[in-house]
Design a protein around this ligand. Structure first.
Ligand code: CTP
Ligand code: CA
Length: 229
């Protein structure tokens, strides 16, 4: 890992990373959220800085401190995350979507706290789809040759679902995790297979999230060089 940092192979590059989970408010005191810790996205930000990149980190909910040397934009909802990512992506060489973006948000936001009413059952919560940010930045690249990386956490048919998702999203690389007891969410370790549009599959053995982050950059760097020609 030290060797990779010494190469400074992301010098002169601007990379945008999203991390953490979004929160979709129901009323001023409640939200729908998810278990993302933000650790993988923060590891991507730290390793990119070490390799010389200018880094913008769009952070949803996380307890982690802002990493040194990184431009951090804190957001709450999926719609806010979309705005911040699109803005930062305008001049980015690579965009990595490590955030756990809520697929749905409550149809209505109650401006006052939802109260119990005597003898009455609560109203059901109805949901609407959030925009797919990864699909959007993949299909409308802000710059020619911009590299887009997605993440996918799957519980079943991990590789088959991952390949289908890579094709559906239109990104260049997809990091596919199998989620389970001690993996991915909240943990400092991760194990994954990184799928590329050129058909290559790079397995990353169980280990620190930094190792997976370094492997993502190892795959991004040559592809950026290729695109610039
Ligand atoms: N993603 C996104 N916008 C969304 C949902 C997901 O940009 N509204 C991104 C995530 O940041 C991640 C990738 O898409 O990089 C895959 O997320 P995932 O939840 O695995 O995929 P979905 O298309 O939402 O499919 P699923 O129904 O399996 O949740
Ligand atoms: Ca999803």
């Amino acid at each position: 890992r030290g060797d990779r940092a010494l190469t400074q192979d992301l010098a002169g590059r601007h990379v945008v990373i999203s991390a953490g989970g979004t929160r979709e408010p129901l009323d001023p005191v409640r939200y729908l959220g998810n278990r993302s810790s933000g650790k993988q996205g923060y590891a991507l930000a730290r390793t990119a800085v070490a390799r010389g990149a200018r880094v913008t980190l769009v952070a949803g909910n996380t307890e982690l401190p802002d990493p040194a040397g990184v431009d951090v934009v804190h957001v709450g909802t999926a719609l806010q995350l979309r705005e911040a990512v699109l803005k930062a992506a305008a001049d980015a060489d690579a965009v990595v979507m490590a955030a756990a973006v809520a697929d749905f948000r409550p149809t209505v936001y109650a401006t006052g706290k939802i109260k119990k009413r005597d003898g009455q059952e609560p109203d059901p919560v109805t949901l609407v789809r959030n925009p797919d940010i990864l699909a959007e930045i993949s299909s409308e690249r802000a710059r020619p040759g911009q590299l887009v990386v997605g993440f996918a956490a799957e519980t079943d048919e991990v590789l088959a679902n991952g390949r289908a998702k890579l094709a559906r999203k239109g990104c260049d690389l997809l990091v596919v995790n199998e989620v389970g007891e001690h993996r991915a969410f909240g943990s400092a370790e991760n194990e994954a297979v990184i799928l590329a549009t050129d058909g290559t599959e790079t397995p990353v053995p169980y280990g620190p999230k930094e190792d997976l982050a370094e492997t993502v950059w190892d795959l991004v760097v040559p592809r950026l060089a290729e695109n610039r020609r």
